[in-house]
Design a binder for this molecule. Structure first.
Ligand code: 6R9
Length: 649
């Protein structure tokens, strides 16, 4: 036994949950013994236009990687998220929309309305020339139109690529270009925390050069002045007036792409993760129902943004496929004050609440009165996602928010995995604060020794985390670059999907994610490649070289620490520091702004010119006493200077 304190589910939870401990063991074993049989059964969760006869067809061999699920089946995702619910729950609320400003009106959108809005938007997209297989970029605030836009694309077989509205025009332009999008869907403005960003301006900037084929569909949301790009721009409300709400869903193959979502990796620019239609939907629906123990009548709220994978799978596709009521929140946890989340929970009687550790830590810092003044008795299950949760935050979440009675599902997964891969289940597992606990059905985690790539079978174990076999929600390829897909995920540990994370398995065979083992940092639950920030910095004319590492940050989990070497003749100054911060914001977006910039006359390099990041990480962590072997450095004296002038003390 490990010595961690455990929190078993209540008798009530065990009795009523979709999956209890016995069922978990049986189902998990069945999913390994007979994957085809298991997933054929689960495939029935969705409606097929043409039922599948094949289930799993997978090869993880480098050079030959292919991942197919339900390949000969045909279906439509939007029909599964709307049409099929009309008869049984047409008048039920599909989406509760809660605006940024609590004084503005909430919206309740029924399944009947969702269906009509989706069909109309699909017809508008068609009228703009979008067809099956075309790409559409969605750059919207958290408004119902974001969900309509996703489902409208799915309805006509277009592939959406959502760009988080906090990304800069440059980042947006790169993504429009990356998938050759035909249309960008945006809004005039995006309010967040009382401040409005002019999204349309950002789109104009992004599309300024070389994009005079790309049309833009604009949602009128904040009523502010926007600049028009001649006859390439269209108001959504005007176009909606011209179309009917009848739009038969396109018949899609299970392996047709549903969406592309760009995410950061350890090298180069972000890659377009491709998810397909059948397997993704089955997996999103199944994990949504079982992980959150969703039952009819529940009010489920995931606080993520649809710009991230969590918003895709657990605000839109999973819940709507299940006919759930899903809450969509436009605002931020601390506006107008730190009570906002809890007021929304009280107002709508939320039953499942799913957020990120960074939000929990930020709210924890504001004191518990903001929580306790609200009635949170409706909440049954709490969830977290995005980064490891520290025990202090876990305990606060459990006691102050959950009143000590709600299971916390610590869901470990990735953009690449489409849905949860490890999590405790509310009615099945005694939780341990900080542990992602158990694999979901069909998931075979393995821990490998990082250098020898040997599989560690005994417990406890620690090493890099791989997955031995496929699951239906797995990404299929990198958009336009299958070789990069294979190299990134299947080259380092042959035969396995390499997650990029490290993990421990304790004496009870429960898993603990220890964080990324590559050059990806996790800032407030957002993934960032250090290479991306570095390339933004060196694009500045005064910067000669830069190295970026993560360091522990109380609220964000990790902060961005940048070492910057200036061009000859340039002098460090506060002004230049501000200029570089603003520069990175503009190149990537506010989430990439360096927290600390250290002027580095030189960077520690090996004789072959490799930057020794290990050393830079240690200095950034203020742990320079343990630098290890520095004898291979070309010029060991640079390290003394870096230590002397370190920024994190
Ligand atoms: C869903 C999502 C993926 C990376 C992943 C890992 C970290 C996510 C976690 C977690 C510990 C959890 N991560 N959930 N680490 N415990 N419950 O976040 O996708 O943005 O692609 O990030 O996030 O490091 O590899 P994505």
């Amino acid at each position: 036994m490990s010595d961690a304190k455990t929190y078993p589910p209540s008798d009530d939870m065990i009795a009523n949950a979709h999956v209890n401990a016995d069922a978990y063991e049986k189902m998990y074993q069945a999913s390994l013994d007979d994957p085809d049989g298991f997933w054929a059964e689960q495939g029935k969760r969705v409606d097929w236009i043409k039922p599948f006869t094949q289930v799993k067809d997978v090869d993880f061999t480098l050079g030959n990687v292919k991942i197919n699920w339900y390949a000969d089946g045909q279906l439509n995702v939007s029909a599964n998220c709307t049409d099929r619910h009309l008869e049984t729950r047409g008048d039920q609320t599909a989406i509760i929309w809660e605006p940024d400003n609590p004084d503005d009106d909430t919206k309740h959108i029924t399944y009947t309305q969702l269906h009509a809005e989706t069909c109309k938007m699909a017809n508008v997209l068609r009228s703009l020339g979008v067809g099956k297989g075309d790409r559409v970029v969605i750059y919207l605030p958290m408004i119902p139109e974001a969900a309509y836009a996703m489902l409208a694309c799915a309805r006509i077989g277009a592939i959406h690529s959502i760009v988080f509205a906090g990304f800069s025009p440059d980042a947006l332009g790169a993504r429009v270009n990356g998938c050759n999008a035909k249309v960008v869907i945006t809004s005039d403005g995006a309010p967040r925390g009382g401040r409005v960003t002019n999204l349309k301006d950002n789109v104009n900037q992004a599309l300024l050069n070389d994009f005079d084929e790309v049309k833009c569909l604009v949602v009128k949301h904040t009523d502010q002045q926007v600049a028009w790009r001649g006859d390439l721009d269209f108001w959504l409300h005007e176009e909606l007036d011209k179309v009917s709400d009848d739009c038969p869903p396109e018949t899609m193959d299970a392996e047709d792409p549903l969406f592309i979502l760009y995410t950061s990796g350890s090298t180069g620019q972000p890659k377009g993760v491709v998810h397909t239609t059948g397997g993704y939907l089955v997996y999103a629906a199944m994990t949504h129902e079982i992980t959150f123990d969703y039952h009819d009548g529940d009010i489920y709220w995931c606080t993520a943004d649809v710009g991230w994978v969590t918003g895709h799978s657990y605000i839109v596709y999973g819940p709507l496929a299940n006919g759930a009521t899903t809450l969509m929140f436009e605002g931020v946890p601390t506006y107008p004050d730190a009570s906002r989340f809890w007021q929304v929970c009280e107002k709508h009687k939320v039953t499942q609440f799913y957020t990120a550790p960074t939000a929990i830590r930020a709210l924890m810092g504001q004191g518990k009165d903001f929580v306790t003044k609200c009635d949170l008795s409706s909440i049954k299950v709490l969830g977290t996602v995005g980064e490891p949760i520290n025990p202090e935050a876990w305990n606060w979440y459990n006691e102050v928010v959950g009143g000590g009675t709600c299971p916390i599902v610590d869901t470990w997964w990735q953009t690449e995995t489409g849905g949860h891969l490890m999590t405790p289940l509310p009615g099945a597992h005694a939780m341990k604060p900080g542990s992602a606990m158990k694999p979901f059905f069909g998931i075979q985690p393995v821990i490998l020794e990082p250098t020898t790539a040997e599989v560690i079978t005994e417990n406890p174990a620690e090493g890099v985390l791989c997955i031995a076999d496929s699951w239906p929600g797995q990404m299929r390829t990198v958009w336009g670059d299958h070789e990069r897909f294979e190299k990134t995920y299947f080259a380092d540990y042959p035969g396995y999907y390499f997650t990029g994370d490290g993990a421990k398995r304790d004496a009870d065979a429960d898993y603990w994610i220890t964080g990324r083992v590559d050059d990806v940092i996790n800032v407030s639950g957002h993934r960032m490649g250090t290479a991306e920030v570095e390339s933004a910095l060196v694009a500045h004319p005064k910067v000669a070289e830069s190295a970026v590492v993560g360091y522990p940050h109380e609220i964000k989990g990790q902060g961005i620490y940048s070492y910057v070497t200036l061009m000859g003749g340039e002098e460090p100054s506060e002004e230049l520091r501000k200029e570089l911060e603003a520069w990175v914001r503009a190149e990537i977006g506010p989430i990439a702004k360096p927290d600390l910039i250290q002027w580095a006359p030189g960077l520690p390099k090996t004789r072959s010119g490799k930057i020794m990041r290990r050393i830079l990480r240690k200095i950034a962590e203020n742990d320079y006493g343990a630098l290890g072997d520095t004898s291979t450095l070309a010029d060991p004296s640079v390290v003394d200077d870096l230590i002397k002038n370190r920024m994190n003390r």
